[in-house]
Every structure is written in C-alpha cells, then in structure tokens.
Design a binder for this molecule. Structure first.
Ligand SMILES: Cc1ncc(COP(=O)(O)O)c(C=O)c1O
Length: 372
C-alpha cells in the first residue's frame, strides 16, 4: 500500500446534532433520486466546522442541508482559497455502509490545505465528520450496484478581508449526493488531447485538490466536448508532450498481452493529482499478476504503441468515474484507436476487483473499507 490507511490515535473534536428534520419517506427519497446525474441530488444533512486563529477548530455540527450566510467579502469567493475532496460511501451486499479509504482522502485534504496556506484538518476529525454524515444520511446510501453516496468535503476561507494575504477564518463543510455511473451506460470513452491549454505547472497547484484547478480546466473541457469527446487529456505544460492525467481522473496504459501484460502510469511529478484510485490500483494490480511501472508516456509513444499493438489498453480511473476504458484518442492531427476501440480485459478485471471490495464481496486485506 503506497498511501497509509491506518487510523491515527488523535482525539477528534465533537459534533453537535442540530435540528435534524424528519427524514423523507422512502417513496419521497426514491422519487428524488430516480435520476441522479453527478452532483445534483443532495441528501438532507451536512456537517460544518469553523476554524479561527484563536480558537482553532470549533463549532462542529451536523444539521439540515441548508444555504449558507456568507459575508460578500469572504476571501474564498474572491481569491479562491478553497480546497475539496471526493470520496464514496457504499452499501455492501450484507446491507452495511462503508466508506472507501477515508484516511487516504483525509491525508490528501490536509496536503491540499497546506499548499494553499489553509489550516490542516486532522485526518481523524475528517474521518469523524464523514462518519457523522454517513450515519445521519444512512438511508441515502443506495443499495443498487451501480450507485453510491458521493461525499464532498470542502474547506474555504470565510474571513471578510480583501487584503492579499491568507485568511484567518475558515469553514469546513461536508455534503453528499447520490451518484451513479459517471459516463452513463458502460462504454469506451473518447478523449481529447489538449495542446493549447495547460492544467498545472511545476511549482503550481496541480497536486492539490484546489477549486481553481477545476475552474481553469473548463475551457479545455468545453473544447473536448465540442470535439465530441468525453474528457480532456492534459499534457505537461513545458514540452506539451508527456501525458499527465484526465480532467478528473488518472490514466493507466496496459502494455503487452497475456502473461507479458504490465501497467504503466505517469509518475507523480507534482503536477498530477495523486489519485486514491491510482494508488489502490498500483497496490492491488501485482496481486492480479500485473506488474506496475510509474514511467512517463508521451503522446507519440501512445500513438505508436497503439499502432504497433504494444499498448493494448488504456483506462482512466478515479473515485467519480471508477475504471473507464479509453477507446478513441482525438488530437488536432486526427484520431487513433486503442486496441479495437472496445473495453479491454484488464480494465474489466480491475473494475471487477474494485467493485467487489466496495460491495464487501472481495477480500480487503488492506482494510480499505471503513465500516460506519
Ligand atoms: C484531476 C484529477 N485527477 C485524478 C483524480 C482521481 O483521484 P481519486 O482517485 O482520488 O478520485 C481526480 C479526482 O479526484 C481529479 O480531480
């Protein structure tokens, strides 16, 4: 395991429970979640915490999901001092609820905050907040195999002060929504290689889950959509040659066939988001007989590798999209196909393994599932 998941022995701050309203009936909840496009059907509760320089973390509460009252001069709104996370709660086949690798997400949340000079929420408190929300919204954790509860922790600067300096007051929020397959019915995705925009530069914020990274990526994603593609592929900002990741996913290449197959993924260079799914695959793949290698791959190598049959599959991975095969690669110079353009067996094998662990059906020796 490359990222540690073991709980740390730090006492979390308490969360008060406020004015929890009567839950929707199962029929009302069912009607609200009949269609669940990503990020649109929110649950009934949220968790909130405050931080100030004098009091540290305080005012932890679990209450109804509700709009905020925010000063118009809040730093987070103006200068974007804001980081977030994305993790999922699953209903296992035996009816329990569990969150996938919350400590790993909590650790990344701390690292993102540190990069933006924001206070670091102790991982144990992060996990405690997650447990509180999952308990409050337990009825929202879907039982259908292709659905889950996506948890969205957010930390932003709430101080009303427009001098250009890091804020001294922050707000942590945790909300949740029901989600299903990110790309709709399972199918290979088409990706657009972005040569005119760059996502992250050395020394920049690419390794942080920082809100501004995503706002800045909209123009490239809009171009990808206009080109008929599902996702943008980012290249390194300096040479515009080396494949880094997708808009919201990391990328793996499968080289070779049969017993010679191996997985290759670009190394974490500081410009790539260190995905928890990426780490999970790097840890689990050798057990499936798939050696792994972290090595840069250029667009020319990708195109040539596909032409020669050396690269047999490519797939994207992330919490939201899980494992999605790339079928077609579109560039300003034309398209090329990965394999025969259909989903590959390695992506299928890894996808099945992750789904098995998430549903509590496959062994979980690393303890990735955190039962709530
Ligand atoms: C830019 C980017 N890369 C990769 C990922 C995949 O990370 P994870 O597997 O932790 O969801 C995400 C999603 O969080 C992302 O936004």
């Amino acid at each position: 395991m490359l990222i540690e998941d073991t709980p740390r022995d730090i006492t979390s701050i308490p969360f008060a429970h406020h004015g929890t309203p009567a839950l929707l009936t199962p029929a009302e909840r069912g009607a609200r979640t009949a269609e669940a496009p990503f990020g649109s059907v929110f649950t009934e509760h949220m968790v909130s915490l405050k931080w100030t320089g004098t009091d540290g973390w305080h005012d932890g509460e679990v209450g109804p999901y509700a709009p905020l009252v925010l000063d118009p001069a809040a730093v987070g709104l103006h200068y974007g001092q804001s980081v977030f996370e994305g993790l999922k709660a699953y209903r296992t086949a035996d009816g329990r609820t569990a969150v996938f690798r919350p400590h790993a997400h909590g650790d990344r949340f701390r690292r993102s905050a540190a990069r933006l000079l924001m206070p670091e929420l102790p991982t144990q408190t992060f996990v405690h907040a997650v447990e509180e929300l999952v308990r409050a919204d337990a009825a929202w954790v879907p039982a259908e195999e292709h659905r889950s509860l996506y948890l969205r922790p957010l930390l932003f600067a709430s101080e009303a002060h427009l001098a250009l300096r890091p804020a001294r007051e922050f707000r942590f929020l945790l909300i949740a929504f029901v989600t299903e397959r990110f790309f709709g019915a399972p199918r290979p995705i088409t990706v657009w290689i972005s040569e005119d925009y760059a996502r992250a530069t050395p020394g920049g914020t690419g390794a942080a889950k920082f809100g501004g990274n995503y706002a800045a990526s909209y123009a490239a994603q809009a171009r990808a959509t206009a080109e008929g593609c599902d996702q943008v592929v980012w290249l390194d900002a300096q040479e515009r040659r080396w494949v880094e990741e997708l808009g919201g996913m990391n990328i793996f290449f499968v080289e070779g066939t049969g017993a010679q197959r191996r997985l290759v993924t670009p190394p974490l260079s500081g410009t790539i988001l260190p995905g928890v799914t990426r780490d999970t695959i790097l840890s689990a793949a050798p057990e499936l007989g798939l050696p792994v290698e972290e090595r840069p791959v250029s667009v020319e190598q990708w195109r040539e590798g596909c032409r020669q049959g050396r690269i047999t599959e490519v797939f994207a991975c992330g919490t939201a999209a899980q494992v999605s095969s790339v079928g077609t690669v579109r560039t300003a110079d034309g398209d090329f196909t990965v394999g025969d353009g259909s989903p590959g067996p390695v992506a299928g094998m890894i996808s099945d393994l992750l789904a098995g662990i998430e549903r509590g059906l496959a062994p979980d020796p690393a303890g990735w599932m955190h039962y709530v």
